[in-house]
Design a protein around this ligand. Sequence first.
Ligand code: AMP
Length: 321
Amino acid sequence: MKMTRRISTLASLESAQSTSPKLNSHPPMEIISTISWMKETARQSRAENHVIGFIPTMGALHEGHLSLIRRAKAECSRVYASIFVNPIQFGPNEDLAKYPRTFEADVEKLIAAGVDVLFAPLAKEIYPPDFKTYVTIEGLSDRLEGNSRPGHFRGVATVVLKLFEIAQPHFAYFGRKDAQQVRILQQMVHDLNLNLEIIVHPIVREPDGLALSSRNAYLRPDERRAATVLNRSLVEASHQIEAGVRDALQVQSAIHKILSAEKLAHADYAEVVSADSFEPIARLGNSAAYILLAVFVGNTRLIDNLFIEPAPDSNSYVCSL
Ligand code: AMP
């Protein structure tokens, strides 16, 4: 059967491309909405010996997403991004309906960043009525985000496995901001012998330390100011660790003190965990750890983390915000 090509184009973007020298300096970005054509495009890229870098997103793109794209551009010869607000990773009381959707602005950003292909399917393309298969990563998915958002990681792992099969990347780029998510996806790649490598990229922050997130758009001005409390508490934790504190409870209580002083914020969790198992640890030892935060600021739930690695040849740690 001959593959038919279905590409959605935006009239406004076509005219922008014909007039803007900045947009014209890149070859046109292809926007693909069907699985069949996305697979065919990936097959062609692989047949031409391209190295495919892939950045899955839910849109509402910001510098965090764009930094992943820039990294992929530097490391790969074809860069694919996807925009798909995945319904099955949202709980019944979560923000699926009001999740920010800024497709046209996103497309402009992706073109300016030099993305080759955007895969932007509809939900019914990804989940047809007869859909029945889900991916569960046991253990790692149950705690922290998994406990607060039941079914979330099953939804994430399922869609990411599908996207990997469709886009066939050699490298897939994820942010360390969603530390538990990327750990779970690495486990999936390992357990299912997937033919790609996951690249973990540092957290991109606002000048005042707030980690960039599409959900920051929900914050009122007073909540936006209060939201720096996540970063402030992690900075304090890193100072304590640099000063020699090793006891996890001591670090946690310093964090809770800062979080509870912020009236608009309340913590969902603040935990010191092993970076491998995501189980709580009592003391920092000789393997990497995370301090993971989930904090409600008003009604908006924000996450952030501090990555803690033992420094080689010393008793100290390198803390990465
Ligand atoms: P999302 O659109 O929220 O699903 O995020 C898509 C990808 O961007 C995920 O791999 C996120 O971890 C990553 N990401 C989101 N925010 C940031 C950030 N502030 N810094 C780095 N990566 C991020």
